[in-house]
Unconditional design. Structure first.
Length: 247
């Protein structure tokens, strides 16, 4: 039997750099390490490739704002701060954009990084595409009904009570499931689906901003603009202008 001192010496000889390079062998896992300012220190090859870069040095020292939409970068960095404050993320089910632009499910876990005197100096995490295991499939089923209902009816008025009734759940049970599996409330998810649709319409159509707001489920144009700004860090009119400038 190998004694513990030998194991310790062996791990010291290997070194951290060699250990973290092993994540390059996992083809369906995105792995990253960030410093206390949420800037990338290390990432595996699939993470680098997913964001369109060729090497680690292209993203080292940069935050998520350098290669993710502002609303997602803001969410990621907020997550980092919570993790470094002690809130662990374990196997959290998330819905995000897949490589082909469609919607895909992911599972994410995050932890703080400690130095040799037990101070938190950053965070690390892994995200993997959803695997069709029995547990994950059952997790999806927990929220599939209400999520599908929202995506099919977001342009109409949807109340949490109506959503709970459709899912055959109490309002409190519905809200618990959304917090557990999506880390957000039903109303937050409804709002994000509407805003994602509005952004697609701004990019892909020549509809007026007012018409886009209406088609996306917003009856108040000013409220729509404020919500769009809060999520995407720019006004609908600013995005439209940027697109026309590029044409």
């Amino acid at each position: 039997m190998t004694d513990r001192s030998h194991i310790t010496r062996f791990l010291e000889q290997i070194g951290v750099k060699q250990l973290i390079s092993m994540f390059d062998l996992l083809p369906d896992v995105l792995f990253w390490i960030k410093d206390k300012n949420s800037c990338i220190v290390h990432a595996n090859e699939i993470y680098i490739e997913r964001f369109g870069f060729k090497s680690l040095k292209d993203i080292q020292g940069k935050s998520d704002y350098a290669f993710s939409p502002a609303y997602l970068a803001k969410q990621y960095i907020t997550d980092d701060q919570k993790v470094m404050a002690g809130e662990l993320v374990t196997e959290r089910l998330e819905m995000n954009t897949s490589d082909d632009g469609g919607i895909a499910w992911f599972v994410t876990s995050k932890r703080p990084v400690y130095n040799d005197i037990s101070e938190i100096v950053g965070s690390y995490g892994i995200t993997r595409y959803l695997e069709p295991s029995a547990k994950i499939l059952s997790d999806i089923e927990e929220i599939k009904g209400p999520v599908d209902f929202i995506r099919e009816n977001f342009q109409h008025n949807i109340t949490v009570e109506q959503l709970a009734q459709h899912a055959h759940l109490s309002v409190s049970a519905l809200e618990r499931r959304f917090r557990k599996y999506l880390a957000k409330t039903p109303n937050q998810f409804i709002n994000e689906v509407r805003l994602e649709n509005s952004r697609r319409l701004i990019v892909d159509t020549s509809l007026t901003i007012s018409e886009i707001a209406y088609r996306s489920g917003f009856s108040d144009h000013s409220y729509f603009s404020r919500q769009f700004k809060a999520l995407f860090d720019e006004l609908p009119s600013e995005l439209r202008l940027a697109i026309r400038t590029q044409e």
